[in-house]
Design a protein around this ligand. Structure first.
Ligand code: PLP
Length: 380
């Protein structure tokens, strides 16, 4: 059997990893400023995370949500403590798309309404409603097309105000990334997020903070929406949550009430996934990784600006993007194959940095030095 060929892949076989380093089958060492698409939050193969998973595996890996699973409550308590959203309720699933799918569904159940507001350059996942709320027609199949989703310009409080004035009583939810990731690293302005909160309150709609990529401490706060001092009704999470162990979830404001059967999943919240997620939160907490994300992020941001090569260095914490000029258009490839550094991208010309929150200042400085070398010796 062959693989279904949907991924444009790099010809590299990573065989082991530690912290912010990975090694291929030929023992080449790479510096990882991509984290497998923002997934590696506490560093590859963290010993505490491995211990948590190993010891859980020896007890029980899985049972379904038909029995009590106390480790889910332990995870909810720790997540409340670390995120500061102590009075929210946790629903666990398996991926970012699934988290958003459940968030949108819950908003519709809660309001009895059908319309969703999403924004230009948004990415919310590839399942039916999540992809319908994603601003990329090339990944929306005909069966996913719906007129329930309304796209508005990002960071435009006036357009939002106008849409609510016209359709306010039909709108179930507004879904917004605190920092757009796939769209190219665009930070939602504080006044924009405040106007989402205000309009949702006024018209009884649900504010969904898609924190799948920008959440879990990556921005330098647990949720990047916290910078605006707003509280969303639902936060969706996934990538950094398990440090590579598949888990996603939503946390839900106390004003949204649960009903048996309303949401559900077979695998979501299994013992092993909860152990992995608890391991992640314990390390984030003990090693003060959110503080590290702020510090190293500030260093990278300032250093990138000081080179003068890149226009518009942007982002927060360890979610950084910059536009690559045309004469360096293969820079990302050069960084990977000549300098052995993984970075992310956003089409058409953005490099995205999404390292582990545990990346050291030394590794960040090594990256900057190698980036300068790559620019200085650039040759296609
Ligand atoms: C903001 C955002 N939401 C949702 C998703 C979908 O997550 P998943 O790929 O786990 O379904 C992504 C993935 O890149 C994302 O960046």
């Amino acid at each position: 059997m062959k693989l279904f060929d949907v991924y444009p892949i790099n010809d590299i076989n990573i065989t082991h990893a530690k912290g912010s380093r990975v090694w291929d089958e030929n023992q080449n060492e790479y510096l990882d400023l991509y984290g497998g698409h923002a997934v590696i939050s506490i560093g590859h193969s963290h010993p505490h995370w491995i211990n948590r998973i190993e010891s859980q595996l020896r007890k029980i890996a899985f049972y379904s949500n038909s029995i009590k699973i106390p480790i889910q409550e332990e995870l909810a308590k720790k997540l409340g403590d670390v995120s500061g959203k102590k009075d929210y309720q946790l629903f666990l699933c398996n991926s970012g798309a699934e988290a958003n799918e459940n968030a949108l569904k819950l908003a519709s159940f809660h309001t009895g309404r059908k319309k969703i507001i999403a924004f230009s350059k948004s990415f919310h996942g590839r399942t039916s409603l999540a992809v319908a709320a994603t601003d990329n027609p090339s990944i929306v199949a005909p069966v996913n097309q719906t007129d329930h989703v309304m796209f508005l310009p990002f960071n435009d409080p006036q357009a939002l105000e106008d849409a609510f004035r016209q359709h306010g009583n039909e709108i179930a939810a507004v879904i917004v990334e605190g920092i757009q990731g796939v769209g190219g690293i665009h930070v939602a302005a504080n006044d924009f997020l405040l106007s989402i909160r205000k309009n949702c309150d006024q018209y009884g709609a649900v504010y969904i903070a898609d924190s799948v990529q920008c959440g879990y401490g990556r921005s330098g706060k647990f949720f990047s929406h916290d910078f605006a001092g707003v509280e969303a009704d639902i936060y969706s999470m996934a990538k950094g949550m398990g440090n590579g162990f598949p888990i996603g979830g939503i946390i839900i404001s106390p004003k949204l009430k649960a009903k048996h059967g309303m949401l559900g999943t077979t695998f979501g919240g299994n013992h092993l996934a909860c152990a992995a997620a608890l391991g992640v939160l314990e390390v984030i907490d003990q090693e003060e990784l959110i503080h590290n994300a702020t510090e190293v992020g500030m260093f990278l941001n300032a250093s990138l600006k000081s080179i003068g090569t890149f226009t518009d260095v942007r982002g927060r914490g360890l979610m950084i993007g910059f536009d690559v000029p045309e004469h360096l258009k293969n820079l990302k490839k050069h960084l990977l194959f000549k300098y052995k550094i993984f970075t992310g991208e956003a089409k058409p010309n953005v490099i995205r940095l999404l390292p582990s929150l545990a990346i050291t200042m030394e590794d960040a400085a090594t990256f900057m030095q190698q980036l300068k070398n790559a620019i200085e010796h650039y040759q296609d």
